[in-house]
Ligand binder design. Sequence first.
Ligand code: ZN
Length: 112
Amino acid sequence: MTAIICGKCRQEMWEVELPRYEFEEGIVLENVRGMRCSEGHVTFTEEQAQEMERRSEDIKKYAFRFVRSVSKSARSLVIRIPVDLAKHLDITENSKIEMVPMGKKKFMIEVK
Ligand SMILES: [Zn+2]
């Protein structure tokens, strides 16, 4: 492995594990591999940056996910909207939404 030289102080950098690093705003990763010099400057190799990007994408994909059961009201079926999701989407009682099937196992709900 070739040595990586710090772009700020020209000292050699070593691979370290950072306890926490915010690669993308609002998404804090834990135990991130990075390169650090003796002055404490931090940088990332291409491979390390790709790993952080992949982990950030996973968090974005799964952070806002709710599983709910369908219940029945008269002849219609009811899906309850979790309060956090309602706040996020600014849905209140009497909000209008549009439901659009997306194939056989999926539908999209758009807030009108
Ligand atoms: Zn440095």
